[in-house]
Design a binder for this molecule. Structure first.
Ligand SMILES: [Zn+2]
Length: 229
């Protein structure tokens, strides 16, 4: 099936800003934060498996994780007549791990990682609790992949949707934490720096600019697009 590389839409945008939402960061052009997108490379292969309708939710955290992790891949689940290709989620010479706190999940710790025969790659399911629970049962070849869960950590900073995950963080945060355990804290720091800007922009759009934490950034952004509203 075709792979989706939506980040290509982010380059070389010659069209002037208009009053609609930005097609890339999905907020009103006035608050566009495309210039804040980092370009990150994880050492760990990351493969998103997303319930297809999630893609169209403006606050899909995986949409953004996929955009900023340059080498990540994404496939959809739940589309009619399309079966995800599990082989693509299991790159050679890696141990695939399914990041989801289901009943079989073991805690992702340095000790656990030290005992793996090959370095880990991550499969990141995304959808409602119910949808994601079905992924492992219904996607052929996925049930044999070891599930992993995060050790207890700080509270979520995601205030936009209720988390379907029992560990209480959104998928973006879960991935950032998992990568930190596997690779060290730098990648989590870069991801979360962007995450905070993103959450803040969504809050401003929903609730008004008094939610802006960094007024300077917003002023810059507004000046750039002053023809908007
Ligand atoms: Zn944008």
């Amino acid at each position: 099936m075709p792979m989706f590389k939506p980040r290509e839409a982010n380059t070389d945008r010659a069209e002037p800003f208009n009053n609609g939402p930005c097609p890339d960061c999905r907020v009103h052009n006035k608050w566009c934060f495309c210039d804040k997108f980092p370009q990150l490379k994880s050492k760990t292969p990351v493969h998103f498996l997303m319930y297809h309708r999630e893609w169209f939710l403006t606050t899909s955290s995986v949409y953004f994780a996929h955009k900023i992790l340059l080498d990540s891949e994404l496939q959809f689940r739940g589309k009619k007549d399309v079966t995800p290709d599990v082989q693509r989620m299991k790159p050679e010479n890696y141990t695939p791990l399914y990041l989801y706190p289901d009943e079989e999940a073991v805690e992702l710790t340095p000790e656990f990682l030290a005992n793996l025969a090959a370095p880990p790659s991550l499969i990141i399911p995304d959808g409602s609790w119910r949808q994601v629970k079905r992924f492992k049962r219904r996607v052929p070849g996925l049930s044999s992949v070891q599930s992993v869960k995060l050790p207890p950590g700080p509270l979520s900073e995601w205030h936009l949707r209720t988390s379907p995950r029992s560990d209480g963080v959104c998928t973006f945060e879960a991935l950032a934490r998992a990568l930190s355990i596997i690779e060290g804290p730098e990648i989590e720091d870069s991801m979360m720096e962007f995450f905070r800007i993103m959450v803040n922009r969504f809050l401003i759009v929903r609730k008004g600019k008094e939610y802006a934490k960094d007024k300077t950034q917003l002023q810059d952004s507004t000046q750039n697009h002053r023809h908007c509203r």
